[in-house]
Write a protein that binds this ligand. Structure first.
Ligand SMILES: O=P(O)(O)OC[C@H]1O[C@H](O[C@H]2O[C@H](CO)[C@@H](O)[C@H](O)[C@H]2O)[C@H](O)[C@@H](O)[C@@H]1O
Length: 567
């Protein structure tokens, strides 16, 4: 192709001149032109000057390839402008994987700018693309640019802002698990349902998945809980069946759900039921391809292959680069796969997981609750974002034990379409007002809602022992009303109540909903026998009503409940 292809490079002089760099570039251009050019042919045309906007767009329109090889870049608007200018030519875009737009322009031909041979090969491939390929790539890129406009960005930003105002509410302190209360409730109950996540809950997080083997004292406590005929015990995990069987399968009467709700094995049973059996798993190939792309470029990362899900782990990669690549990979998946396939991405602990949308841990919790409507004590512990689905299932709709509460919640849910400007603005204002009022009222009321042992350490003063004592300070429906005055243990919320979990966020492609408690105190989904426990610090955003700080502490509690450890 020598003699047929030229590179046009325009570099606008920066405000602060860099003569050394300019000299270096000029030297290289002279060298290339001297080596590969002739009297009739100049391979590199370098214009170190400002050019008019019109001239710039003309250049972008007439070229055959757009070549962007930045080694570091925030966004890269040139790539977007090039796409808009190429509506007639359909010229391919070669894009450095280090640009900000690389994550969303999957129709571009990606290059690593440090890999000179790789770049040369992609230029060659781009020059030889068939007309059909060019049009299809261009159409994909063009569609992205025209649908992701500044207006779209602004609206999505506002929508997310509203969403976060709502979820920000959830980061009120979660009280430390009250041992006397849970022990008391546990012993009073004739039938109990206990559900545990595995990684980060029953075992501490380890460097690699294979290293998170169960510890003896955990196995002992779990076995003792399973041996009690009053108990129904389940491990609901993202792990696959093989690992769960190998590590916990020997414990009699332990039920399992594997791969985030994809599989179930009843306590005492041997057979696994595949809840994803009827689903087409063709999506796995697309996801493996993307995960492989990032694995090859992120040292220390790897893919965990499971039957109905896939996990990309980056705990062993450089922490900053790993997190950066995970974000890129997530964007890539969202743009290339999620829009067309029935799968969801879960952002886990130094991992990204992809699994079918129709299953999740919360669905398993709902199933178990409806299978055992007569349980008098429910305990559910987890540490991860995916475990929030379980906590949500304990307070949310379709939950047999709080029908009144659910009716109240359903009635008060407002669906906000992000593209309905007025509604977005109106809802934002409502939330802002209620949040402001809530934060004004929050502190004076809190101490009086809560009580008894051990809460001073968490910032809650002991209060009067009465029926309210089983209600954690921030529990759904107990949160402080926007209009509540500081009347001590009054739990009757007023009409604009914006309670912690009454703000439900149901993410979906084009809409989300924000639930605002309508003030009916029966909106509380809490009853004293439900213990959702998150493993982490008190300020973690969670729907759980209690926390402990580590798996060790949870195991101690399990030991105490099962009688294998002295309290
Ligand atoms: O639902 P879980 O039981 O919590 O399982 C979630 C995922 O856990 C595993 O990965 C995580 O734990 C590893 C061991 O501590 C750790 O090395 C990794 O960084 C974590 O992401 C497991 O490998 C996945 O399959 C589970 O889905």
């Amino acid at each position: 192709m020598q003699g047929e292809v030229v590179l046009i490079q325009v570099t606008s002089p920066p405000l602060v001149k860099n003569p050394k760099l300019e000299a270096k570039i000029t030297e290289q251009v002279v060298h290339i032109n001297g080596t590969y050019g002739s009297l009739n042919f100049t391979p590199v045309h370098h214009y170190h000057q400002h050019i008019d906007r019109d001239e710039y767009y003309v250049l972008l329109s007439v070229v055959d390839i757009g070549l962007i090889t930045s080694v570091r870049d925030g966004m890269n608007t040139t790539s977007l402008e090039y796409i808009m200018c190429q509506q007639e030519n359909h010229g391919p875009l070669i894009l450095s994987e280090f640009t900000g737009t690389a994550g969303s322009l999957s129709g571009a031909m990606m290059v690593n700018p440090w890999d000179y041979q790789g770049v040369a090969k992609v230029i060659y491939d781009a020059l030889n693309l068939s007309e059909e390929d060019k049009i299809s790539r261009h159409n994909q890129l063009h569609k992205h640019v025209i649908t992701h406009t500044a207006q779209y960005w602004a609206k999505t930003f506002i929508a997310e802002l509203i969403l976060n105002v709502g979820t920000g509410e959830q980061s009120a302190p979660t009280p430390y698990l009250d041992l006397p209360i849970i022990t008391d409730q546990y012993h009073k109950a004739k039938k109990r349902l206990l559900m545990f996540d595995y990684d980060g809950t029953l075992t501490p997080i380890r460097k690699t998945p294979g290293a998170a083997v169960p510890q003896e004292h955990m196995l002992k406590a779990l076995a003792a809980l399973c041996a009690d005929p009053k108990n129904i015990v389940w491990v609901i995990s993202g792990r696959d069946q093989k690992v769960l069987e190998e590590w916990l399968g020997h414990i009699p009467n332990l039920g399992f759900s594997a791969e985030h709700g994809s599989f179930m094995r009843q306590p005492g049973g041997q057979k696994w039921v595949n809840l994803t059996e009827s689903l087409d798993m063709g999506w796995k190939n697309d996801v493996i391809e993307i995960f492989t792309y990032y694995t090859e470029r992120t040292q220390g990362s790897f893919i965990e292959h499971k039957r109905s899900s896939l996990t990309w782990h980056y705990r062993m990669a450089d922490p900053e680069f790993g997190a950066f690549q995970a974000k890129e990979c997530q964007n890539h998946l969202e743009n290339a796969v999620l829009s067309k396939l029935p799968v969801e991405i879960l952002v886990g602990k130094k991992n990204l997981e992809v699994r079918p949308t129709i299953v999740n841990k919360g669905e398993i919790v709902k199933r178990l609750l409806s299978q055992h409507p007569d349980v008098e004590f429910v305990m559910c512990a987890g540490d991860d974002k995916t475990d929030e689905d379980m906590f949500r299932a304990l307070v949310g709709p379709n939950n047999n034990n709080n029908n009144n509460a659910n009716a109240a919640r359903r009635n008060s849910t407002v669906v906000v379409e992000p593209y309905n400007n007025e509604l977005v603005a109106e809802t934002a204002e409502k939330i802002a007002n209620a949040t402001l009022a809530h934060s004004r009222e929050h502190s004076p009321v809190m101490p009086q809602l809560h009580l008894s042992s051990g809460h001073i350490a968490n910032g809650f003063a002991p209060g009067v022992q009465d029926a309210t004592h089983l209600i954690p300070p921030h529990h759904p429906g107990t949160a402080v009303s926007a209009e509540t005055t500081t009347t001590s243990s009054s739990l009757a919320p007023s009409s604009n109540d914006l309670s912690r979990s009454s703000i439900s966020t149901q993410g979906s492609a084009g809409s989300f909903s924000v639930g605002i408690n309508n003030g009916n105190s029966s909106g509380s989904a809490y009853n004293g026998e439900r213990f959702s426990i998150t493993i982490g610090h008190a300020l973690k955003k969670t729907l759980a009503n209690w926390h402990v700080t580590s798996p060790e502490e949870l195991i101690r509690v399990l030991g105490i409940l099962s009688g294998t450890v002295d309290s």
